[in-house]
Design a protein around this ligand. Sequence first.
Ligand SMILES: NC(=O)c1ccc[n+]([C@@H]2O[C@H](COP(=O)([O-])OP(=O)(O)OC[C@H]3O[C@@H](n4cnc5c(N)ncnc54)[C@H](OP(=O)(O)O)[C@@H]3O)[C@@H](O)[C@H]2O)c1
Length: 315
Amino acid sequence: MKYRRCGRSGVLLPEISLGLWHNFGADDDRAQNAAIIGRALELGICHFDLADNYGPPPGSAEERFGSLLQQEFAGHRDEMFISTKAGHLMWPGPYGDWGSRKHLIAGLDQSLRRLKLDYVDVFYHHRPDPDTPIEETVEALVQIVRSGKALYVGLSKYPAALFNRACALLTEARVPCLLHQFRYNLLDRSCEAGMLPAAKDQGTGSIVFSPLAQGMLTGKYLGSPALPAGSRAQRSDSPFLDADKVAADAARVAALQEIATEAGIPLTQLALRWLLQRSGVTSVLIGARTVAQLEDCAAAAGQPPLSDELMSRLN
Ligand SMILES: NC(=O)c1ccc[n+]([C@@H]2O[C@H](COP(=O)([O-])OP(=O)(O)OC[C@H]3O[C@@H](n4cnc5c(N)ncnc54)[C@H](OP(=O)(O)O)[C@@H]3O)[C@@H](O)[C@H]2O)c1
């Protein structure tokens, strides 16, 4: 594994980080989860990304990870960089969602209980809140760091202008934003118009999610059957990728697969290496359902750069 400095900070992050949005819910196999975390650590993937609502059901990924930490990986806490987030719907009533101080403070306390931790390394506001003043959200993040419940704070999916404002307020309070987290992959480059350059300008790190477009950029949906058994698009408990989305992107994925075949590099590797070569990307945040998938993705780290010609064809 190679490590990259996270903006203007003391933190190094692995080129490949592991997210627990999927595959670590209550019904997922615990032994398989333990094997994935154990192999990740062996491979130098020391950053684990969670959120309060990951599962399903919401909360269960933190519970699973907390139980694994306590029972299988006790003694390894200081080798790990663990993040969680609040800002999506978690409990009923007016305080269970968005970006108020009330929601963020209570949300993190619940997360720490599920994770069985005293503090996380990064706490994120998970998404911008159009109705809460940004000053209140930022003050909550500052309070959280001052209380010792998180070492650093991050923001997720903030449009550039709001991100810049939040960073200015955080810097004023001497709790600089460590990381911005947003979607970036060969099929979705919208962050290039705002979030990516803003993070570079602010001197924060950028950690980019869904680098394989939730699996589409492995090419596995190009074959027959169109939705392989057990895949995210085929599972009914995963509403975020379905047959329609797969069909909508099939032509672009097929074109990328052709480039990968000609280059003699598997599409998964090409998609991850392309991201690692984009200026401003600190870490590429993958998901893995099996140890083999994790190993496949980890192999993209530390590779020689793709040629200019290949990069421009992909672009
Ligand atoms: N801040 C946010 O709002 C936000 C939003 C989304 C994600 N995230 C973070 O980003 C992380 C990663 O997102 P993601 O899961 O969408 O990432 P991804 O890497 O684009 O997709 C991961 C999925 O692709 C498939 N896959 C991965 N490697 C494969 C391989 N070698 N061969 C075949 N299939 C492979 C697996 O799905 P199958 O089940 O099909 O095998 C795997 O679960 C999340 O866990 C979360 O931490 C954050």
